[in-house]
Design a protein around this ligand. Structure first.
Ligand SMILES: Cc1ncc(COP(=O)(O)O)c(C=O)c1O
Length: 371
């Protein structure tokens, strides 16, 4: 069996699940890792406790490999919002962001600015269709701009930003800070265009909650003061009691306290699983599932507002029927899980989404259109 087929065979969620952009039902590999680690933590043996905390290194290593980064540039966090706090709180200058970004970006940037005593300020942009294009960024640039913070894939429009073009628009000096929550592990991206990448494992990676992470390049570490870092983020080996050592000379400078070995075990298992299959293969099968959803929408003449071009989309298809609430209710009544919000129905399949699930969507929409 091909690795990709073995991977898609591990999807065990209920039929009708098309809400991966909200939550990823956790994979058998992550579940096993969770149970194994819980067993280690139950013995009280020093070796077992040590082995459980070894999951942190494994998680950082596997995430780093997916980012084409060094493990010591990667830190673990309870969520991607915690990771964004690290990236934004220590920045100076003007930071461009779309006012329509997920609140992990908007609220975090606003709060960081208000705590900065004037060192940091947001520059909100409102690009058409919430698409953060290079043109929209260039129009907001001036010498005071120090960074752009952007979702790689927008949670609402499904638009996939062009990181290479954004990097070119910003120039080499300004920081490109990317929220990769809606694409990490399922889009074959060159993450090295970004200075900071944050993400989590609880959607597309199927790792469960508590699995946030961030990567900080050397350029990011030069510009972002580690103002929120904590006891494990220093250059000292061991516990820095009775001393105030300098921040660690690595991504660890943006860590706070020890990661949860259970969450790390799940993240490591999920990231290793994706690595073993290869992101390119996962992305190719996901693209087929997205095409199938688009085909179903087109056959039912339901307008689609998310991008159709392969390079500008990931796993989110946005339907804009005239009565989204009614469509959403009909889908729910047919056992189909999607997100209905802001006048649209967000459908998000994964590579492992079954033909049965797609058939259920087709059938439910037939019912809606006919009624
Ligand atoms: C783009 C984006 N960023 C961040 C988050 C929230 O992530 P976390 O719960 O890890 O803070 C979400 C959740 O839906 C999201 O869609």
């Amino acid at each position: 069996m091909r690795a990709i087929d073995e991977y898609t065979a591990t999807f065990g969620e209920d039929a009708g699940y098309l809400n991966w952009a909200a939550f990823g039902p956790i994979s058998p590999a992550a579940t096993t890792a969770l149970h194994d680690t819980a067993a280690l933590l139950a013995t009280g043996r020093a070796d077992d406790i040590g082995a459980a905390s070894g999951n942190d290194d494994a998680a950082r290593r596997d995430v780093a490999a997916l980012l084409d980064a060094d493990a010591d540039e990667v830190t673990l966090h309870p969520s991607s919002t915690h990771a964004l706090q690290q990236a934004l709180a220590g920045l100076d200058g003007i930071v461009i962001a779309s006012a329509a970004e997920f609140p992990s970006v908007t609220i975090t940037l606003e709060r960081a600015a208000s705590a900065s005593a004037g060192r940091l300020a947001p520059r909100w942009i409102s690009p058409a269709g919430t698409r953060v294009t290079p043109e929209a960024v260039v129009a907001a640039l001036d010498p005071a701009v120090s960074a752009l913070v952007v979702s790689h894939v927008d949670f609402r429009s499904g638009y996939r930003a062009d990181l290479e073009a954004l990097r070119e628009a910003l120039g080499p000096e300004r920081l490109l800070i990317v929220d990769a929550v809606q694409s990490f592990g399922v889009v074959d991206e060159d993450w090295t265009a970004a200075d900071v990448v944050v993400g989590h494992g609880y959607k597309w990676l199927r790792a469960g909650r508590g699995s946030g992470f961030a990567r900080f390049t050397a350029q990011a570490r030069e510009r972002i003061r580690p103002v929120l870092s904590g006891r494990i983020a220093t250059a000292a080996a061991g516990l820095p009691a009775d001393a105030l050592p300098e921040p660690a000379p690595s991504g660890q400078a943006y860590a706070v306290s020890a990661a949860d070995p259970l969450a790390s075990a799940q993240l490591a298992a999920a990231a290793a699983e994706i690595r073993a299959v290869g992101v390119a293969d996962v992305a190719a099968v996901l693209a087929e599932r997205v095409d199938a959803v688009l085909d179903i929408a087109d056959r039912h003449r339901i307008p689609v507002t998310s991008p159709r071009e392969a390079a500008r989309r990931a796993g989110i298809v946005v339907l804009a029927p005239t009565d989204p609430e009614r469509v959403g209710a009909a889908l729910a009544a047919s056992g189909i899980a999607v997100t209905v919000r802001d006048g649209a129905v967000r459908v998000s399949p994964h590579a492992g989404t079954s033909a049965d699930t797609l058939g259920m969507l087709d059938e439910a929409l037939t019912g809606v259109v006919n009624s």
